[in-house]
Design a protein around this ligand. Sequence first.
Ligand code: PGA
Length: 237
Amino acid sequence: MKYFVCNFKNKLVKDDIVRYNNRLSEIESKKVKLVIVPSLPFLAFFDKNGYSIGSQDISSFMDKTITGEVTGEQLKSLGVEYVIVGHSERREYKHEINIDFINKINNAIESGIKVIYCIGETLKDKEEGNTYMVLEKQISEVLNNVEVKNIIIAYEPVWAIGTGRIPQVKEIKDTVEFIKDIIEENYDTRLDVLYGGSVNKDNIASINAIKCVDGFLVGGASTSIDSLESLLLEIEK
Ligand code: PGA
């Protein structure tokens, strides 16, 4: 069963969230493992009836009292099963770096929360032919320092996020295979790999047809319940 992870980012307000949750109960998602990842204040609004919830963040600190942080223990107490770590927007705008990702992953794993670790090349990396090198570095510099279990990789080309542009199907397939292979070589385990970046109803079927892709991390197109429904219908076909 493929993952379908809905990353709301900082979109939607309380009324939207309540409506979204109500409609979720009508949606059949038999073919996917649905994970809803709202802004932190709205985690408790989701009833988890037939789907899971994930957090967009977790504290990188352990055993410290810090204003504005949320711990793995707190997330766990809300029934959170997944946390997104390493998203390119956090890398770019919050200047998060490997040590933050390592600490966040360790905190999540310690609390029994699965990690969706995001990696991806920029347009410059791609144009300079450095995609594989960049991905390998993002993997090794973090995974060498954590326990490699309960981690799902999300391959999200930075240039594809929120732009309406996606790589060719063959490129996605080759890159996901590359990611799986180097992880297997170095850590002796096969991790699930999701694709993220401008997934929409026109391209989801072709991405879904790629066998090695274990699911989707969807931003913009998941923030409307009608759009979510049409994406799921495309997968059911
Ligand atoms: P997008 O975002 O689907 O809006 O491109 C994906 C993501 O950033 O996770």
